[in-house]
Design a protein around this ligand. Structure first.
Ligand SMILES: [Fe+2]
Length: 325
């Protein structure tokens, strides 16, 4: 399938009667589409890069390589964050922005700020006191799949039935309806019911917040999900057409940890890390299998379930970036 044909299919998601099917399989394997994404999406979008705890002291740095172009974010002696292309000083300086402890970078240093797009999210997340949270577990791993397979997966919880029957599916029922609201061209809010409302938390959450998982997706590849006293952030950094680096962390509010001694804290953090490892492995195995199918000559588009409106929202954001940048 040629690039122009893939783009024409993508544009159809912008119609009111958008097709209820997944992207053409070629969208996950096409080198031409990958080149277009590198220039039109990855070189000019806000990419979730790290949590501020990873950049706590002067000189602390994080390096990631979106589209194979390495960028280093460093905490300067004056406390500010600075991003540099690791390919040399003659490269344009990327923009970096910290929002409530989450660090985003944009390879396009002249990009419009991200924070205004997160204004409503910030208001709705006030009770979670995100800025005060600390990172208690984190991971970096590589999956052998196209980045869009990983990102679309994060826009629906239907897959929990197949991939996470004994983990995620116990918390968010896969049959639960997801409510999707597109905030701006960069931000989509996804709400899913928990199986049971959370018990009392250390945070002042209302009944709706205790009954609902609040998920905010920042196009193209970042997201955060609030579960009461903890928030999980995850980012799918595209490395190549068939490789993605998955980074993420679990944040907790100190109030939820008050009164625990060091042994109890260590035990809880180790449990969180082990749990994340299991869920990530379940997703990785599933996503790598989808990638193998997408590359086969028998691959066909799949129907999207009515439980997957988040996937359509992601396709729309992608179509806008690629066809009307
Ligand atoms: Fe998953």
């Amino acid at each position: 399938m040629r690039l122009t044909e893939i783009l024409a299919e993508l544009e159809r998601y912008l119609d009111d009667d958008a097709p209820q099917v997944s992207l053409p399989p070629a969208a996950f394997t096409s080198p031409e589409l990958w080149e277009a994404e590198r220039e039109l999406v990855l070189a000019r979008s806000w990419l979730l890069a790290a949590h501020a705890d990873q950049l706590a002291g002067p000189g602390a740095s994080v390096t990631l390589a979106p589209a194979g172009r390495p960028v280093t974010v460093t905490r300067e002696p004056d406390g500010t964050l600075r991003a540099r292309s690791a390919l040399g000083p003659h490269r344009p300086t990327p923009a970096v922005e910290e929002w409530r402890g989450l660090v985003f970078l944009n390879p396009d240093g002249t990009a419009e700020p991200l924070a205004p797009h997160l204004r409503r999210t910030g208001e709705e997340l006030t009770a979670y006191r995100l800025s005060e949270m600390t990172q208690v577990a984190s991971w970096t791993e590589e999956w052998r799949c196209n980045w869009k397979i990983a990102v679309q997966n994060a826009h629906e919880n239907y897959h929990a039935m197949g991939l996470h029957p004994t983990t995620v599916a116990l918390i968010t029922p896969p049959g639960g309806a997801m409510e999707v609201r597109t905030e701006t061209r960069w931000v989509t809010r996804l709400l899913s019911p928990f199986r049971e409302p959370l018990a009392a938390t250390a945070l002042p959450l209302d009944a709706d917040q205790r009954a609902t998982m609040y998920n905010c997706a920042v196009f193209p590849c970042g997201s955060l999900a609030a579960f009461g006293d903890s928030v999980v952030w995850i980012t799918m950094i595209p490395l190549a057409v068939d490789r993605v680096e998955v980074r993420g962390g679990v944040l907790m509010h100190p109030a939820a940890l008050a009164g625990l001694d060091q042994d109890a804290l260590d035990e809880q953090f180790a449990e969180l890390a082990a749990g994340a490892e299991v869920v990530n492995r379940e997703d990785r195995v599933g996503m790598e299998a989808v990638q193998r199918v997408a590359g086969s000559r028998f691959a066909a588009r799949g129907h999207l379930s009515p439980k997957e409106p988040g996937v359509t929202a992601f396709y729309r954001a992608l179509a806008r970036s690629l066809t009307a940048p």
